[in-house]
Design a binder for this molecule. Structure first.
Ligand SMILES: N[C@@H](CCC(=O)N[C@@H](CS)C(=O)NCC(=O)O)C(=O)O
Length: 202
């Protein structure tokens, strides 16, 4: 059975949520978000940098939330949660799936490090401040994209939403998801009411 290496409120939320949406059976390997677990010899054999998520699918070990998402869709999706590959709609879907991690998570990761995670002496306030500005700019872009839409790719919920939903979950935790972004606020309310999201963030 698929094993998911998960820590609370981390990017592994995306994978647990996707499995819930697709009905993929999985075994959760829950780690504490702390060096004792992430940097243990046993976990470094699964992820050489000691990050989450990772999955072990009958011996195939994968890291990277976007790659795991695409792998699980290809293996179990049967056309669900993505537009037909090769169509313009699929190109759009891939754009938002990857934007959620490759672009949006850059300032959000810096805010996490420089406002919360690092010991106070190691935080650089300017990095946190500049990252807030960058994250707000990205939120504006997402907000504009969502005008008149229920989900990031249109009327249908897709795996781009499980990727993006985690980024917005962090925005909410960091106090960035304000009424300045009404479409994003409504979208996140739609996403976070889904049972799969609730199970993944419990
Ligand atoms: N690009 C990777 C990023 C993975 C990542 O940075 N995960 C964070 C948790 S959200 C982590 O494990 N950080 C622990 C550390 O850097 O020590 C992905 O999308 O899976």
């Amino acid at each position: 059975m698929l094993k998911i290496y998960h820590a609370k409120n981390t990017r592994s939320v995306r994978i647990v949520w996707l499995c819930e949406e697709l009905g993929i059976p999985y075994e959760l390997k829950t780690l504490n978000f702390a060096p004792a677990d992430l940097q243990s010899e046993a976990y470094l054999a699964v992820h050489p940098l000691g990050k989450v998520p990772s999955v072990d699918d009958d011996g195939l070990i994968l890291n990277e939330s976007g790659a795991i998402t695409q792998y699980l869709l290809a293996k179990h999706g049967r056309g669900r949660l993505e537009p037909k590959p090769g169509t313009p709609e699929h190109g759009h879907f891939l754009h938002w799936l990857h934007f959620a991690e490759a672009t949006f998570m850059v300032p959000l990761g810096n805010i996490a490090q420089h406002a919360f995670l690092r010991p106070e002496a190691d935080r650089i306030p300017q990095v946190a401040a500049e990252s807030q500005v960058a994250a707000k700019k990205m939120l504006s872009i997402v907000d504009r994209e969502l005008a008149g839409k229920d989900f990031i790719c249109g009327k249908d919920f897709t795996a781009a939403d499980t990727m993006m939903g985690y980024s917005l979950h962090l925005c909410k935790l960091f106090g960035l998801l304000t009424d300045d972004y009404p479409n994003a606020v409504a979208y996140f309310a739609r996403l976070s009411s889904r049972p799969g999201f609730q199970k993944a963030t419990a």
